[in-house]
Structure formats: structure tokens, C-alpha cells
Design a binder for this molecule. Sequence first.
Ligand SMILES: CC(C)(COP(=O)(O)OP(=O)(O)OC[C@H]1O[C@@H](n2cnc3c(N)ncnc32)[C@H](O)[C@@H]1OP(=O)(O)O)[C@@H](O)C(=O)NCCC(=O)NCCS
Length: 187
Amino acid sequence: MIQLPISIDNCIVRSYRHYDGQSLVKYANNPRVAGMLRDMFPNPYTLANAEAWLYFVEHQPVEAYFAIVMQDECIGGIGLNLQGDVSRMTAEIGFWLGEPFWGQGIATEAVRALLKYGFETINLNRIQANIFESNQATRCVLKKTGFIKEGRLRKSVVKNGQIMDQLIYAILRQDYDENAPPAPCNP
Ligand SMILES: CC(C)(COP(=O)(O)OP(=O)(O)OC[C@H]1O[C@@H](n2cnc3c(N)ncnc32)[C@H](O)[C@@H]1OP(=O)(O)O)[C@@H](O)C(=O)NCCC(=O)NCCS
């Protein structure tokens, strides 16, 4: 069981536990959360979806998906989707947080914890994020944690019937500084 540091009161990033299913449903079952994520994050989000997710996570060869936890409730998730073949030193980061907890800096601290884990523990060279252009909060989190905007994939996704651009953000190990102050966020 891995527990990563996070500096928000009562909040940790830790390995998923078998009893996280109920709280996962409580916070993940929200169209405002799912609306910014790929369709593999379902809406509605049922207990069966949560259990399938916990099974998937448990069977990964390298632990790279974690729960964001407050008072032993799973209030969100964050993970590194490890790429293969020639991209095997790259991962795509993804995260979400229950709506009652938005705007408190929790995602920013969770991303900082995962960068440390990705670069120092599992030896990645690059961590990237593909986000919907409309996702202002995530653009802000990525900028604050040192990601650089690298490009735009024009009209590359369709979500809830809307065709949108994606933005590519990335951070390299050589540019990662765990003590860097948060970069200003003006998406
Ligand atoms: C993205 C998400 C995880 C952010 O969580 P969070 O804990 O609220 O994020 P933080 O509080 O660390 O930072 C959010 C920043 O975005 C800013 N922000 C939020 N909404 C914004 C908007 N519409 N326009 C501009 N800035 C915005 C906040 O002001 C904050 O910046 P600040 O700390 O400088 O004030 C959460 O909104 C979420 O789960 N969204 C749905 C799922 C999602 O988009 N996941 C990411 C896809 S990879």
C-alpha cells in the first residue's frame, strides 16, 4: 500500500482500498465531473463501475492509479496511464475530484504528489495531459504545477455531442523541481 504526501489538511493520496467503492460512487456520479473526462469514466457512475475500476487498478503491473482521500472517504482519483513501446518512459496523467471539494487546492497538491512519484519512484521522463480546451480548472492546475502547453489537437474529440479541440500539456523530468513555487495561473 503506497501513501503519497499531500499537504492539504486531512487529505492524502493513497492506494485504492477494497471499501472505496461506495465513496467513489458518491463523488464520481456527477455529470459535471464526467463531462470533462473521457467516456470510459461513465455517467451515471454505479457501484458496478466502481468495482470494475477497483479490479482494474488492483491488476496493474505497476501501481500508478491512486485515490484522493479525506477522512477515509475516496473523494477523487489521480493516475498515470503508462505508455508502451517507444513511449514507455512517458505517462498521461488524469485526475478528478468530487465537486464539494473543488477550489481548495487539492488537485494541485495531488498532481504535485504524482509528479514526484512518476519522476522519482517509477523513473518516467515525461508526464503529459490531453485536456478538453474548455477545461479551465485543469489548465490552471497544470500551469501551477509546471506543465507547459505544447500544442492543440484540432477537433480531436467529441464529448456529449460537442466536437472540441484538445490541448496537450507536458512536463519533463529535467524541468521538474519539487520545490518550485506554483506558477501563476492565467489560462
Ligand atoms: C479539475 C479539478 C480536478 C480541479 O480540482 P481542484 O481541487 O478544484 O483544483 P485546485 O483548487 O487545485 O485548482 C483549480 C484552479 O483552477 C481555477 N479555476 C477553476 N475554475 C476556473 C475557471 N472556470 N476559469 C479559470 N480558472 C478556474 C481555480 O481558481 C484554481 O486556481 P487558484 O488556486 O489559482 O485559484 C476538478 O475541477 C474536477 O474534478 N473537474 C472535473 C474533472 C476534470 O476536469 N479532470 C481533469 C481532466 S485530466
